[in-house]
Design a protein around this ligand. Structure first.
Ligand code: C5P
Length: 241
């Protein structure tokens, strides 16, 4: 099976729910042709691989956002397990280093089903001072670029990044390096706890390949309508959504 599915949607809905009932209540209002789904640590720890399998069985592409970070052998085995589950995308921390990322790539490439393998560079929750406290006295942006290049050189498909970093990474790393960006807010929507945001169309114009969107859809009284409005905004940049 190839990495590419028929699904052309660039929107990944973040399923930040505590249980299966509320997750499926939302998911049953969406359509696999219109979006993909992201399962993160909380939902996975609560509901496990069975829920992921259910979402895939409903026709959705699933991004398993568990941000693996461990010794190469362990991360490779976890990536292989994710691939066996049938997920569309999985991620690791680039700071786990070249050998870890190469092992993850090798594990994924040797399987029948090959999810996209994406790296997390610097967590956006970390300030320059936070990073300095860990022993790295450099600008976060420099570290993002360094880790993105390392991820590309290790064979990964792309990185999770802020839409504000997208232009720099497309220019400095590679045009075909896949950029997955949270921090997206449709014009006029509640910003919540996000700070450095872009609208869906702005993010696509900046170079984002996939937009991770949570509350603007999941907290909406009419999630499908909210998603359709986002798709309409994306279409203004004349890209397939
Ligand atoms: O609700 P909202 O659109 O803010 O959700 C964004 C999603 O993207 C959440 O699942 C959040 O954990 C994730 N995320 C983020 N910022 C990052 C990395 C991931 O908001 N830097």
């Amino acid at each position: 099976m190839s990495r590419l599915t028929d699904n052309q949607s660039k929107i990944i809905i973040a399923l930040d729910f505590k249980d299966e009932v509320s997750t499926l209540h939302l998911v049953n209002q969406l359509q696999p042709e219109l979006c993909r789904l992201k399962v993160g640590k909380e939902l996975f720890v609560r509901c496990g691989p069975e829920l992921v399998k259910k979402l895939i069985a409903q026709g959705f592409d699933v991004f398993l956002d568990l941000k693996f970070y461990d010794i190469p052998n362990t991360v490779a085995a976890a990536c292989e397990a994710a691939a066996d589950l049938g997920v569309w995308m999985v991620n690791v921390h680039a700071s786990g280093g070249r050998k870890m990322m190469q092992a993850a790539c090798k594990a994924i490439n040797s399987g029948f089903h090959k999810p996209l393998l994406i790296a997390v560079t610097v967590l956006t929750s970390l300030s320059r001072q936070d990073i300095a406290e860990t022993g790295l006295d450099i600008e976060p942006e420099q570290q993002v670029l360094r880790l993105a290049r390392l991820a590309r050189d290790s064979g990964l498909d792309g990185v999770v990044c802020s839409p504000l970093e997208a232009e720099l990474l497309k220019t400095e790393v590679a045009e075909d390096f896949c950029l997955v960006t949270p921090g997206i807010r449709p014009a006029g929507s509640d910003v919540g706890d996000q700070q450095r945001i872009m609208t869906p169309s702005q993010a696509l114009l900046a170079g984002s390949d996939y937009l991770v969107i949570g509350r603007p859809v999941t907290a909406s009284k009419q999630p499908l309508k909210a998603l359709e409005a986002i798709i309409m905004d994306c279409k203004t940049v004349r890209k397939q959504t």
